[in-house]
Ligand binder design. Structure first.
Ligand SMILES: Nc1ncnc2c1ncn2[C@@H]1O[C@H](COP(=O)(O)OP(=O)(O)OP(=O)(O)O)[C@@H](O)[C@H]1O
Length: 279
């Protein structure tokens, strides 16, 4: 579905962010991308939709080599990739509904979206999505009146409105409390399963990654040093990814399946070390 071959990025400053990345992501797979600060996680996500231009290798989505596209064709291809950001990227003065509909910008043309005249079908779908993400009563609220978790739900609905095949998710829980973080990760996971959507989630919280992802890829200094199921992420591998640390004080996750409980779970020592120690 998504294939990265020999992908590399060197910034004009001379910083090498990625080296020879080889990855294939099947339909419906939720992949967590972990690694210390500066490992290249954001660069990798942004090379996929070419917000950052790779300097080597190729990105192929459903047989289309994105790294060969430009102009209109690139814009069209980008619509099949929904992006969800850490800082939500909502327009504060617009309502929840308007923010979700702005996910249609690439489709409806500048004037139509400027005048906020969206197709009826988009409005109906936006209603449906807002209901699905748990915000059916907040349609008319201004985005700046929402909590962090609610803002992230709007960001998710907006990304889904363009019917993407792939979700690129950049630290979705970085500003959220532990309970809300779990709810957001659970929602993303459920939506990927319902829609057979693949996702790459850049995340610092290793415990959350283990709990909600099908697969974990560990980056260190721009290279993949681990690629496997959450259960295979041992202390030795965490040391390879993040460096020396007493990982054995970390409780192993009991189960990788989605937890339906809503009780807040404090971050494990591993999550704290990975998030704090990596920064
Ligand atoms: N615009 C840029 N110009 C020059 N160098 C950059 C740029 N963006 C990132 N880098 C460098 O590329 C490397 C990878 O950075 P990147 O932001 O992708 O890492 P990351 O794993 O996402 O880090 P974090 O977890 O802190 O967000 C770092 O050495 C960084 O300094």
């Amino acid at each position: 579905m998504l294939k990265l071959s020999g992908l590399g990025k060197r910034y004009p400053t001379g910083d090498r962010a990625l080296t020879n990345i080889e990855l294939t992501l099947p339909k419906g797979q939720v992949m967590a991308l972990i690694g210390p600060s500066g490992a290249g996680k954001s660069t990798l996500i942004r090379c996929v939709n070419r917000l950052v231009e790779p300097t080597e290798g190729s990105v192929t989505l459903e047989g289309v080599e994105l790294t060969r596209l430009s102009g209109q064709k690139l814009r069209q291809a980008r619509r099949s990739m929904g992006m969800i950001f850490q800082e939500y990227a909502l327009v504060d003065r617009l309502t929840v509904m308007e923010n979700v509909l702005s996910g249609q910008l690439g489709y409806v043309g500048f004037w139509r979206s400027f005048l906020r005249r969206y197709p009826q079908s988009a409005v109906v779908e936006a209603f449906r999505l807002l209901e699905r993400v748990g915000l059916p009563h907040a349609l008319d609220k201004r985005a700046d009146a929402l909590s962090g978790g609610q803002r992230q739900r709007v960001g998710i609905a907006r990304a889904l409105l363009q019917s993407p095949k792939l979700l690129l998710v950049d630290e979705p829980t970085a500003s959220l409390d532990p309970k809300t973080s779990r709810q957001i990760m659970r929602l993303i996971r459920e939506l990927c399963a319902e829609r057979e959507l693949a996702a790459i989630i850049n995340i610092h919280d290793v415990a959350l990654a283990q709990q909600f992802a099908d697969r974990i890829v560990g980056l260190r200094a721009g290279e993949i040093v681990f690629d496997g199921p959450p259960g295979e992420l041992t202390s030795d591998i965490l040391t390879t990814i993040y460096g020396e640390e007493d990982w054995d004080t970390t409780p192993e996750p009991e189960d990788n399946s989605v937890d339906e409980r809503d009780d807040p779970t404090p971050p494990t020592p591993m999550a704290r070390v990975a998030a704090g120690g990596a920064r």
